[in-house]
Design a protein around this ligand. Structure first.
Ligand SMILES: Nc1ncnc2c1ncn2[C@@H]1O[C@H](COP(=O)(O)OP(=O)(O)OP(=O)(O)O)[C@@H](O)[C@H]1O
Length: 232
């Protein structure tokens, strides 16, 4: 498969005593992420756990989309630009036409319009979407839309990709293809997923349970740990 990005510098993510409290509707404080220590150097990390266990919370904190109550996330050598992929790709397509959407993501890096179009074509071709450049984003299937969302993320040349249940809306074939694309990126990936086969292909798996990190290690024991937690 064609390599889409080339990330030479290895990234280290250090999470120090990170925790997050939220205010409930009743006005009480509720801790949704308990103090967390982590050092991530692996390039493919999966985050698994039951609904409400804290997976998205961790991703949002890593992305800087939420501010921790305490603790911090540090990146070495520097904080990378981060691309975020959501479960529902339509939530992140901002322009009505596929090519325009990718060009929008390129506007900071490439000032010349013709050059933006050329790069958009190149990125879409790399994802097998060359023939969709002039399509309306509203007529895409979920599988195509998720690939366009990925194209938009790749256009920003991220140093880290965070994906929150990116294959939830995809059928078996599209999910498998999209997973391959994510795992094939030359950029570190942290992905929250309920797909345990996908998680099993990561270098390291974090299992969350009720806002705590319940297991951290290789995929096979991590998945077994999660099964015990979830199914008893
Ligand atoms: N801003 C918020 N205010 C109040 N509660 C929140 C907020 N964000 C998350 N929560 C709660 O924190 C808990 C963890 O949520 P989170 O979205 O991280 O879970 P998750 O593991 O990603 O779940 P899922 O698998 O369902 O996506 C949930 O109980 C959720 O309702």
């Amino acid at each position: 498969m064609e390599k889409l990005l080339d990330n030479q510098d290895s990234l280290t993510i250090r999470v120090d005593d990170l925790c997050l409290d939220v205010e409930t509707a009743a006005g009480d404080q509720r801790r949704i992420l308990h103090p967390l220590q982590l050092e991530i150097t692996e390039s493919r990390v999966a985050v698994i756990g039951s609904n409400g266990s804290g997976k998205s919370t961790l991703l949002r904190l890593l992305a800087g989309l939420a501010q921790p109550t305490a603790g911090e996330v540090r990146f070495s050598p520097t904080r990378p630009s981060t691309g975020f992929i959501f479960a529902n790709p339509q939530a992140q397509l901002v322009m009505p036409v596929v090519g325009e959407d990718i060009e929008f993501s390129l506007r900071q890096r490439i000032k010349q319009r013709a050059e933006r179009r050329r790069r958009a074509e190149e990125i879409l071709r790399g994802l097998g979407l060359a023939d969709r450049i002039d399509s309306s984003v509203y007529e895409l299937s979920s599988g195509e839309a998720q690939k366009v969302a990925l194209a938009g993320v790749l256009a920003t040349e991220p140093g880290l990709v965070l994906a929150d249940e990116p294959t939830t809306l995809l059928d078996l074939r599209n999910a498998a293809e999209f997973q391959n694309r994510l795992l094939d990126l030359d950029v570190p990936l942290v992905v929250a997923t309920h797909d345990l086969e996908f998680a099993a292909r990561a270098d390291r798996v974090l299992v969350f349970h009720e806002g705590h990190l319940a297991f951290d290690g290789a995929p096979a024991p991590a998945v077994a740990h999660y099964r015990r937690l979830a199914l008893g």
